[in-house]
Design a protein around this ligand. Structure first.
Ligand SMILES: C[S@@+](CC[C@H](N)C(=O)[O-])C[C@H]1O[C@@H](n2cnc3c(N)ncnc32)[C@H](O)[C@@H]1O
Length: 281
């Protein structure tokens, strides 16, 4: 029996280069030799689903019908790993510092805007919504709160919009949140939970490729850009940081993922916590 590494070499250099270039040009995601096995596994699934008999036939399809095939291909290639309250310290910072400060400095401008810019299947924006709803409990009805959740992948967005999760996904969240914000399904859905309407009302899910123009004007109080720039090269990262900076309010926060940093763009932000960066006032 051959192992994945050996079989992955059946993806020719030309096919590998073509697919990597297609992914980079479309999404900004950099794939290198280290990703060959991952790419092999995903391409194997794709060719099976497309009922094609090899990678070269799939490359031909991408070449001949790039527009038609793009969404399906990108959905199959992206890595969507996420979880509720992933990197809990960001939500703690919002609860303990940011939201109380925003409330006390608001005056008549009772407007809160948050952007989850690589929202995947929705766990991140729903965790933001729970955090906001809890921290603003006493004043929520007087506030105009909106959370924008975007991703390039149309499948994960559809899942996020639906707000239905396997109950295992909420295993680790506090019981009081489970009871307050999730409804258990019945019959064949009894191992699923559905997010409460009061959270769903706060969130708009939209498809957006971070490499393209951004239609929103902002300004945002907080932007989550977590565990996505890690897939991009330095040039793309810098370009994105500049655009996030422009869309943030003075004093607004940019949250990055655990292994991400602002590199040379750090000089424009103040580092106020672990992977938490503030645009100066
Ligand atoms: C690993 S998930 C991170 C999810 C969440 N932010 C978290 O930290 O748990 C990365 C997400 O980035 C999305 N993504 C990758 N390239 C993108 C692009 N060019 N524009 C928008 N989203 C992109 C993927 O579809 C995927 O859902």
């Amino acid at each position: 029996m051959t192992n994945v590494r050996e079989r992955a070499s059946s993806l020719s250099s030309a096919e590998f280069r073509f697919v990597c270039a297609f992914v980079y040009d479309t999404t900004g995601i950099v794939l290198n030799e280290g990703k060959r096995e991952m790419l092999y596994r995903r391409l194997t699934r794709i060719t099976r689903e497309r009922e094609l008999d090899g990678f070269s036939a799939y490359c031909d399809l991408l070449k001949s019908q790039p527009e038609k095939e793009r969404d399906y291909f990108i959905n199959a290639i992206t890595t969507n790993l996420t979880s509720f309250f992933r990197e809990q310290h960001h939500f703690d910072y919002m609860t303990q510092h940011e939201i109380p400060n925003i409330i006390s400095n608001a005056g008549n401008n009772k407007r809160l805007r948050i952007w989850s810019s690589a929202s995947s299947t929705g766990e991140e924006p729903y965790s933001i919504a729970i955090t906001v709803n809890e921290a603003m409990k006493a004043v929520m009805t007087q506030w105009d709160v909106k959370i924008l959740a975007t991703d390039i992948d149309s499948n994960v967005l559809a899942q996020g919009k639906q707000g239905v999760y396997d109950e295992k996904k909420i295993e680790d969240i506090p019981t009081k949140f489970k009871e307050k914000y999730f409804r258990r399904g019945s019959n064949q859905n009894k191992s699923n939970v559905k997010v409460a309407n009061e959270l769903q009302r706060l969130i708009t899910f939209k498809q957006l490729n971070l490499l393209h123009q951004w239609p929103m004007k902002g300004p945002f109080d907080i932007i989550f850009c977590r565990n996505v720039i890690i897939y991009f090269d330095k040039e793309t990262q810098l370009d994105l940081f500049e655009r996030y900076y422009e869309l943030l309010k003075p004093g607004g926060l940019l949250m990055l993922g655990h292994s991400e940093n602002l590199g040379q763009y750090q000089q424009y932000f103040e580092n106020v916590g672990r992977t938490i960066f503030r645009k100066p006032l």
